[in-house]
Design a protein around this ligand. Structure first.
Ligand SMILES: Nc1ncnc2c1ncn2[C@@H]1O[C@H](COP(=O)(O)OP(=O)(O)O)[C@@H](O)[C@H]1O
Ligand SMILES: [Mg+2]
Length: 313
């Protein structure tokens, strides 16, 4: 903690604001009904809403896989920071979008990358004609006005980025804007969600225990056969029989993970293939383009996957 932050904390404590109260859910317990709270819909129409652009107005399609919806609702009710773990393309992002819609909260998503700095999250001073002007970063915006902030693939970001989320993910629920000399006390609706692909884990790309232990975690994986067929058919527009074949191909490929494939064929890739087929692309070409070519350059592996495709199409 630098001097400024320490001074800011001290000032807050003197004002008696040091102990940040446990946030109270904005509308008590979250309604169990599948419809959004009326208040949330009404505020979306308000032009002055700084988070208007982040409100989800149409229900995202989510096929329930287990008890994830109820567990997330319980976590949100106590504003527990959440970590969604699982391979790429298995539904993590869609799930957060669905939950944000269901809870009637705006969602600010940040795709983390290796050049991302703490300032990209928190904000910075910009120069314009009238001088310097502070611009909140996505994390500051979410904390200030009360959104769910989703940091996608958080391990990709530089280590200093994970440090800025610490004061937001414990009882303090605050975000120091050191350059601006301000401490944002998180809005009661604010929640932090991160996603994390344990498959990519290496010593360099792992979260520190001091970060991990601030979150509740939900495991995500490719859904079981029938559920995945339903999702692929719904999302791509192919019939269930075709979707079933695509899922069979993926299941074969997933068995090759660790035996020459770094990652299996994801639900997202199956939807790509299905969307091509639904447009009239021959199934064989669609599968090669959407399922096989993207995941491997190894000639033998491509042959093995092509063979799996021709078994079904
Ligand atoms: N349970 C599910 N319900 C609805 N759609 C799903 C589900 N799981 C996966 N999908 C589909 O798979 C696609 C990829 O999922 P996404 O959320 O982008 O993956 P991730 O964020 O895990 O990489 C989504 O756009 C959605 O179409
Ligand atoms: Mg994602």
């Amino acid at each position: 903690m630098n001097t400024l932050t320490r001074r800011l904390y001290a000032a807050r404590t003197q004002q008696g604001a040091g102990a940040v109260p446990t946030p109270v859910p904005a509308h008590g317990t979250v309604p169990a009904a599948a419809t959004r709270p009326a208040a949330a819909v009404a505020s979306a129409a308000d032009g002055s809403d700084p988070l208007a652009a982040y409100r989800i107005t149409r229900e995202p399609y989510w096929r329930t896989v287990g008890d994830e919806v109820a567990l997330y609702e319980a976590a949100y009710a106590v504003r527990m920071p959440m970590m969604l773990k699982g391979p790429t393309g298995c539904g993590k992002t869609r799930f957060v979008e669905y939950m944000a819609w269901k809870l009637g909260k705006p969602l600010i998503t940040v795709a983390c990358h290796e050049d991302m700095t703490a300032s990209d999250l928190v904000g910075r001073f910009l120069l314009d004609a009238s001088g310097t002007r502070w611009q909140d970063g996505p994390l500051a915006l979410a904390a200030r006005y009360g959104a769910i902030c989703y940091l996608d693939e958080v391990v990709e970001a530089r280590q200093d980025t994970t440090v800025v989320i610490h004061p937001l993910t414990d009882k303090r629920r605050m975000l120091p804007l050191e350059k601006k000399g301000e401490v944002i006390e998180a809005h009661p609706d604010f929640q932090l969600v991160i996603s994390f692909n344990p498959g990519y884990q290496s010593l360099m790309k792992d979260l520190k225990q001091s970060t991990k232990q601030r979150f509740g975690a939900l495991d995500f994986d490719y859904p079981e056969h029938e559920v995945e067929v339903e999702i692929v058919a719904h999302e791509s527009g192919v019939d269930r029989e075709t979707a079933g074949k695509l899922v069979h191909i993926a299941e074969r490929a997933r068995n090759l993970k660790g035996h020459g494939l770094d990652e299996g064929i994801s639900t997202r890739m199956l939807i790509h293939a299905g969307s091509l087929i639904a447009q009239g692309v021959p199934a064989l070409s669609a599968c090669r383009m959407a399922l096989v070519r993207p995941i491997t350059d190894d000639a033998d592996m491509r042959d093995a996957l092509d063979a799996a495709v021709t078994t079904y199409f």
